[in-house]
Ligand binder design. Structure first.
Ligand SMILES: [Zn+2]
Length: 417
């Protein structure tokens, strides 16, 4: 027994070991145990000297750079063929969109933050509707949220008033009530809601998300509505946008701006897009995510007035759609990483890449599904329904379009110094 005790007294494990050996009864303290095994109690009447920090203590772990990876997709345009397929796949009378997104879902889930332009409203009290005045079934939201993990949805676009002001009000309430963790941008319930700038923090880096549209298809909000739709059509609108960007810049390390702009089916940004890109980035935006033209436009970096490097994707094209033209079925996901290199230092864009995506469908716009170009094959391309109109649709066709519009660098991936 003595030998047993000596063994127990060695090292810091003594008390613990005795607790398990003799069993610590309720009410017995660590001091009782120590007296049982002959450990002297310290004289608590004498204040003990504060211990000098030992030089052998392990030092603080070294600062490690923090990086966050964000992926941003273009227009999620839910035509009737897409929701009709989803209805046919559902076995409970609802809508099952799994097949549309299943080939790309993991790509979005694996990123730290995923953003999307949700082109169509969800007004659940109304029947789904297609072009020209879209409305999407509420089940769609589940697939964007749970299947793909989108964190941020831009709602400011030319289709946001397709179901009128009341449809947009319904849509905002739908997202807020059912998906409170998804941040929505560009359209707000009222001025107070707009002032509550959407932010997200990942690994100590704070992101602010803003959105706006240059177009509303000639529709406008009813004058008695409190809804705020961010537009910058005149100097007053630009000044308001400027103020909002500065506020976002104050509270966040990185400001990401979704913009619905440009000419449909044009591969080239307009002068207005270039002007706004420079203005917004000079005011504090770090990354501009453009959409609306339904086709890709260039990706570039720009130096801002205060010497930062900003990243601009003028148009990411379509993410999901059932459009008829081959060039509308090739979109892109901007995949970018921001890094804080030094403790307390600025956060900068460290790399970016345009990841091409292809929306595939069989003949007659059936069986739509999205692929990363990396997973797309010539065999699939040769079976694409678009070949009824574009017989040359192939991997070669896709590559030539990408090289011409986007160029080799953003496709290969760029690391910034
Ligand atoms: Zn649009």
């Amino acid at each position: 027994m003595k030998k047993f005790l000596i063994v127990l007294l060695v090292g810091l494990t003594a008390a613990i070991a005795v607790q398990s050996a003799v069993g610590l009864k309720a009410g017995e303290t660590d001091a009782d145990i120590k007296s049982m095994i002959g450990v002297q109690q310290p004289d608590i009447s004498q204040p003990s000297q504060p211990e000098e920090p030992s030089s052998s203590e392990p030092s603080q772990p070294e600062w490690q750079p923090q990086s966050v990876r964000i992926v941003s997709a273009g227009d999620n345009l839910i035509h009737s063929s897409l929701y009709e397929q989803a209805a046919a796949r559902s076995d409970d009378g609802g809508y099952d969109f799994t097949a549309l997104y299943e080939n790309v879902a993991d790509y979005f889930l694996e990123a730290d933050i995923a953003t999307l332009n949700q082109e169509t409203v969800i007004a659940p009290s109304r029947a789904p509707a297609t072009y020209p005045c879209f409305n999407s079934p509420p089940e769609l939201a589940y697939y964007l949220n749970a299947q793909c993990g989108f964190d941020v949805l831009n709602l400011a676009n030319n289709h946001c008033l397709d179901q009128g002001t009341s449809g947009l009000e319904e849509c905002l309430s739908f997202w807020k009530e059912n998906y409170p963790d998804i941040l929505t941008t560009g359209v707000y319930q009222n001025e107070e809601d707009q002032a509550d700038i959407r932010t997200k923090e990942v690994d100590g880096i704070t992101f602010a998300f803003l959105g706006m549209t240059e177009l509303t298809n000639g529709l406008s909000l009813s004058s008695d509505s409190d809804i705020v739709l961010v537009q910058a059509l005149d100097n007053e609108g630009l000044e308001k946008l400027h103020t909002q960007i500065e506020k976002a810049d104050e509270i966040a390390d990185v400001v990401i701006m979704n913009v619905h702009w440009g000419n449909e089916y044009s591969f080239t940004p307009t002068e207005r897009q270039e002007y706004l890109a420079q203005q917004m980035t000079d005011w504090g935006v770090d990354i501009v995510i453009g959409h609306h033209p339904h086709v890709l436009q260039p990706v570039e970096t720009r130096e801002t007035a205060d010497g930062r490097t900003a990243l601009i994707a003028y148009s990411l094209g379509n993410f999901a759609s059932a459009q008829a033209d081959a060039y509308c079925l090739i979109g892109g996901v901007l995949d970018y990483t921001v890094t804080r290199q030094e403790e307390g230092g600025e956060v900068e864009i460290s790399s970016y890449k345009l990841e091409p995506v292809v929306t595939h469908y069989d003949s007659g716009y059936r069986n739509n599904r999205i692929y990363l170009l990396d997973d797309y094959t010539d065999e699939l391309a040769s079976a694409h329904g678009v070949r009824a109109r574009y017989s040359s649709f192939s991997l070669n066709y896709i590559d030539s379009l990408l090289q011409e519009v986007v160029g080799s660098e953003p496709l290969a991936g760029v690391t910034l110094p």
